[in-house]
Write a protein of this length. Structure first.
Length: 402
């Protein structure tokens, strides 16, 4: 009898465990949302992620966390890196329900999203680059057409059997009844998963969604690596983190400054309606002299205003030229050393910049924008290269002195 009771208890425990895992993993009656962000590299994808998170919340659907898409030198196909390699999943849940793509595909997809019901969503027909695939009688999203589209969905063995064009609906759930329109056109019981061929979000990130950055917290691996670098490599004392975006792709991108009101992340300093000014070339690409000048000025200002937390070093993150020699030469007389990572690591660079006492970034770069948002969420100070314009700064200084 005793034995039977124990056995029953054991079976009950197992049943409880199974049901709580299922409850944790979903079976969300409100449905799911998944997307692929074909735009750019990390900074662009992060902007898209914040917008998609807000959109999923607006629609009250669980967001399936996509992997980060990476492009490595010499590799033809993009790589998909699980979301939680870089960021913890739990803090996101303070804002809204999320699930890792691999968990969804392993544990829930067979029931919730069987292969025969996988529909890809796009605003309107997307033509294939292979002409023979374009059928005027059957317009299609061609969700897996080309790299990186194909490799992304292939990572999870996802094929689509149909396309759905959602236009004229859009993604701004903050300023209209858009969420209700989505819900009534695509109710969760008949559309359990909305799978978008592009992110359901704007670029750059919508003003209202910037603050969601606080839910993106570095995984233990990156938190620890950043802390170790700061403790073991940098001298004791405060440090300035700087982002130098100066690779050849950037030089080319900066050519668009002359015919644009906005470029990439520029609203972060100029304002979304250019209320803090128009674009100018130095905002995008700075001279070495102006970088040294601004850095020295920042260090001197901090020495005057915060004498108890003197800056002892500079940490440089860059995609191309870190200017270590020039910066060391310019700053050594001030007793300041200049450092970089021994090996290229865009994520560790970001995590360290996020922790610096002061940060100077590139207003136009979405990579810098990620750091700025993270620092804003902690109340840490940030500045931009060549902003405000040197002439405007001199004028306002003269005005102050009057
Ligand atoms: O992140 P991202 O979209 O920012 O793309 P931007 C820039 C990529 O360059 C990063 C590398 O994801 C990194 O891989 N990178 C940039 C860096 N800065 C650093 C750095 O300080 N350290 C390291 N290790 N790597 C724009 C894109 O890039 O560039 C546009 O938004 C377009 O789509 C344009 O491609 C040319 O916004 O700076």
């Amino acid at each position: 009898m005793q034995w039977l009771k124990m056995k029953l208890r054991f079976v009950n425990l197992i049943l409880l465990l199974i049901s709580s895992t299922c409850a944790q993993l979903g079976g969300d009656p409100n449905g799911y949302l998944t997307y692929y962000s074909p735009l750019g590299r990390f900074g662009n994808q992060a902007d898209h992620f914040l917008g998609s998170l807000a959109f999923a919340k607006g629609l009250n659907r669980t967001l399936i966390l996509p992997p980060w898409v990476e492009y490595r030198k010499g590799e033809m196909r993009s790589r998909q890196v699980p979301f939680n390699t870089y960021f913890d999943v739990e803090p996101l849940k303070d804002y809204h329900r999320v699930i890792l793509m691999s968990d969804f595909m392993w544990h829930l997809a067979d029931d919730i999203w069987p292969e025969s019901e996988r529909v890809s969503f796009c605003y309107m027909e997307r033509k294939s680059l292979q002409q023979e695939k374009n059928n005027p009688d059957q317009p299609n999203c061609h969700a897996k057409d080309g790299n990186p589209f194909g490799p992304f969905w292939d990572t999870y063995n996802i094929d689509f059997v149909k396309s759905e064009f959602y236009g004229p609906l859009h993604f701004d759930v903050h300023h209209s009844s858009m969420a209700t329109k989505w819900q009534s056109k695509y109710p969760a019981d008949s559309w359990p998963v909305l799978a978008f061929t592009g992110a359901p979000a704007s670029f750059p990130v919508q003003l209202e969604n910037r603050e969601l950055q606080k839910h993106m917290q570095w995984s233990a691996k990156y938190r620890d690596a950043a802390r170790d670098f700061i403790r073991k490599v940098l001298p004791r004392g405060a440090f300035v983190g700087i982002h130098l975006r100066n690779g050849i792709d950037w030089v080319r991108a900066c050519e668009h400054v002359k015919d644009s009101q906005h470029l990439f992340a520029s609203p972060q300093c100029l304002g979304y309606k250019n209320e803090r000014g128009s674009l100018y070339p130095e905002l995008c690409m700075q001279t070495k002299e102006s970088i040294v000048r601004q850095l020295k000025r920042t260090i001197k200002n901090v020495r005057q205003t915060q004498p108890n937390n003197e800056i002892k070093s500079v940490f440089v993150a860059s995609d191309a030229n870190h200017m270590i020699g020039e910066l060391n030469a310019a700053l050594s007389r001030m007793g300041i050393s200049v450092h970089r990572l021994p090996e290229d690591d865009p994520y560790l660079d970001l995590a360290i910049l996020g922790q610096s006492n002061h940060f100077i970034g590139n207003c136009i770069s979405s990579y810098s924008a990620f750091v700025k948002r993270e620092r804003d969420s902690h109340g840490f100070p940030s500045y931009f290269w060549s902003f405000p314009k040197e002439k405007d700064r001199q004028q306002s200084k003269a005005h102050e002195e009057l």
